[in-house]
Write a new protein. Structure first.
Length: 470
């Protein structure tokens, strides 16, 4: 973070100094909400939270080196106090992040949104841009009103790029995040049915995602909207922005495209990246067809940030998967491949994962372990049945459906008369593991996917561990 005195932070956050806080003392370290992450010179942000109250850790945070605590009630250590509970503390945190962002005149802020793929795309973009200058990016999926400002506050005068995820739980959320850290470049990946239960329709989701391109500077001011031309709802956002539009996709008439795309034997895409007259080969280390679009989004954003296409292609080919349980492959000693994509799930991402399973398994045996997809509202049954039909049509050898909420997946699969595979319904992750434990053999491929609340990463991890113990 850029060093600031406590009295300046108090002015920015609209807080009052208390607890023997010294106005001229500098905050030079990170801004954190977890007292275990405090370093000398840090500012500790005390949130009441659902499971623990940060105010209870104020003294230990200062003992560990925090200069002060940003709090919503008095604590017996140097602090900056705001009234209004967690909501006002979060608002103060956002004001501090915006002030720091405004000081970072040499840094490009790039925002990424979409129904799926945000974290993977952010990880890729951060690795690519990291070759050209100091880059700050969220850890994991730090993409809400708390994680977003905390990411920005990690930047300093040497930072050249800040890549941020912007997520939405409702209308206006993305607009707010963009007000905290105004992006010059905005990337929209897709508009799917994730969270349709909260938003009500895909059109409403598109409305919310489009807040990113609406927040961009006009073209004359350098604003760039990077849009997926293969998604009609995303492409339509070109009418909602004053920024210059750069398109990417698989068609011949887009600005950044992939040619001759294919998967290698390990399910990793390779293709020719085409940016204007420039072409370069890319061979990703990530798994799945959908990574082609993620990589194209990264290439378009990186080129607009000043990178050359050839270097971008090389960086994409070297980039590693960073976030766990997203198309994560492990290999058991018994020869089975386990594809762990259990971090989250929506209908589009499940279909992408099933397509990858089919490619990886080839003519071999394939097993899909599927849990329920959350936040689909009135579309819950239909969406799950459709996923079951897609799984059966993809030719999966056996479908294991986990939990009562996922039951319509099994119904959908059974409705495909031509399918020669099997479907099995189990209660939980432990039963799913038991159903596969003694059946896997060399060459088999298992894919595990469900919404985060289903906890199906346990299946992948236990299968690998049990296979290794054989």
């Amino acid at each position: 973070m850029i060093a600031l005195t406590l009295d300046r932070i108090a002015e920015i956050t609209q807080a009052r100094l208390g607890g023997s806080a010294r106005p001229a003392e500098l905050v030079t370290g990170p801004v954190v909400t977890d007292s275990r992450r405090v370093e000398p010179g840090a500012l500790f942000v005390a949130l009441e939270g659902e499971h623990a109250d940060g105010h209870d850790f104020a003294e230990s945070a200062v003992a560990a080196g925090a200069v002060a605590v940003l709090a919503s009630r008095p604590v017996p250590v140097p602090h900056l106090r705001v009234d209004g509970g967690d909501a006002e503390v979060v608002a103060a945190l956002g004001r501090l992040a915006r002030s720091v962002a405004d000081r970072l005149t040499g840094a490009e802020i790039i925002g990424i949104t979409g129904s799926s793929g945000k974290t993977t795309t952010k990880d890729l973009l951060a690795q690519v841009l990291g070759r050209f200058g100091r880059t700050v990016a969220p850890v994991g999926s730090y993409n809400n009103e708390i994680g977003h400002p905390l990411t920005v506050l990690r930047a300093d005068a040497d930072t050249r790029f800040i890549t941020v995820e912007v997520a939405a739980r409702g209308q206006g959320h993305i607009a707010h995040l963009c007000s905290v850290a105004p992006p010059r470049i905005g990337v929209v990946l897709n508009v799917g049915s994730a969270h349709v239960g909260e938003f009500g329709s895909r059109a409403a989701i598109a409305q919310a995602k489009g807040e990113l391109v609406e927040a961009l500077p006009e073209a004359a001011g350098g604003g760039v909207a990077v849009l997926n031309a293969d998604d009609d709802a995303v492409l339509a956002m070109s009418e909602r922005t004053r920024a210059r539009v750069v398109t990417y996709g698989l068609a011949a008439d887009v600005d950044v495209r992939a040619r001759d795309a294919e998967l290698d034997d390990a399910g990793r895409p390779r293709f020719t990246l085409c940016v204007g007259e420039h072409t370069a080969r890319v061979h990703l280390r990530l798994v799945g067809w959908h990574q082609v679009h993620n990589a194209l989004a990264v290439a378009a954003a990186a080129v607009e940030a000043g990178a050359d296409p050839e270097s971008v292609a090389a960086a994409l080919s070297e980039a590693q998967p960073l976030s766990r349980w997203r198309m994560e492959i492990t290999y058991s000693t018994g020869g089975a491949t386990v594809l762990n994509d259990a971090y989250n799930a929506n209908p589009e991402s499940v279909r992408a994962a099933l397509s990858t399973l089919r490619s990886l398994a080839g003519a071999g045996r394939s097993y899909a372990v599927l849990g329920h997809m959350a936040e689909l509202g009135a579309q819950h049954r239909e969406a799950h049945e459709n996923v079951g039909r897609f799984a059966a049509s993809s030719g999966v050898t056996e479908l294991i459906v986990v939990g009562d909420e996922a039951a319509p997946i099994a119904d959908g699969a059974r409705s495909v008369a031509a399918w020669q595979g099997e479907v099995r319904s189990v209660a939980d992750a432990a039963e799913a593991t038991a159903a596969l434990r003694d059946r896997l053999r060399a060459g088999d491929v298992v894919m595990v996917k469900g919404s985060r609340v289903a906890g199906l990463e346990q299946v992948a991890e236990q299968l690998t561990a049990q296979e290794a113990d054989k």
